[in-house]
Design a protein around this ligand. Structure first.
Ligand code: ZN
Length: 197
């Protein structure tokens, strides 16, 4: 039997997203998320109060970085607000831009925010069972608009790479996902957005 056969395949907890057998795990606390929220004062207050609080974490299973191979894993975005914005991932585009991705929502309530290179945005609401497609060249970020962790399973080509700087350089994405006065969520134009050149 070749060594790439998974004798014990990774297992995913459907509620908390923890992946047994992951080859990589990372955590982002508020201390790591400077520059992604619109409301700087609210962010500073949150970081001062809870610098080590985990905002999101990722488990991944990766066999190799080779073209044609697949990486997959789980992302867990914890509930919370910074100013009017919900907790979210940093957002990225793939370094090899033509690589697509699948996000499958396992639990929680969220939004997958997609943005084409021309700036057109798409908002995909995530409920358990939603299979959301990230097209090639799309910026993408997940946002937790609910009260429990947003858990998604993702899968993408292993050689995709993630470019986070493009989102920082643009001061975020064109749309913000914000709390609605009624207690739900809505989107708003990001006043600080600078289209990437
Ligand atoms: Zn991606």
């Amino acid at each position: 039997m070749s060594d790439w056969i998974q004798v014990t395949p990774p297992r995913v907890d459907l509620v908390n997203g923890a992946m047994e057998g992951a080859t990589r795990h990372y955590v982002k606390s508020y201390a790591d998320l400077e520059g992604i929220f619109e409301d700087v004062a609210a962010f500073e207050a949150r970081r001062a109060a809870a610098a080590d609080e985990v905002a999101y974490e990722v488990d991944e299973y990766r066999s190799s970085d080779n073209a044609g191979d697949l990486a997959f894993g789980t992302s867990r975005v914890y509930p919370g607000l910074v100013g009017r914005e919900f907790n979210m991932t940093r957002g990225h585009v793939h370094v090899r831009g033509d690589r697509a991705e699948l996000y499958y929502c396992l639990s929680g309530h969220g939004v997958l925010l997609l943005q084409e290179p021309g700036g057109a945005a798409q908002v995909v609401e995530l409920y358990p069972g939603t299979a959301a497609y990230v097209p090639p060249f799309a910026l993408h970020r997940s946002v937790n608009v609910g009260h429990v962790p947003l858990v998604t399973l993702f899968c993408y080509p292993s050689d995709s790479g993630q470019d986070y700087d493009v989102v920082f350089g643009a001061h975020g994405m064109r749309l913000l996902v914000v709390r609605d006065p009624s207690g739900g969520w809505t989107v708003a134009e990001n006043p600080a957005y600078v289209p990437p050149t």
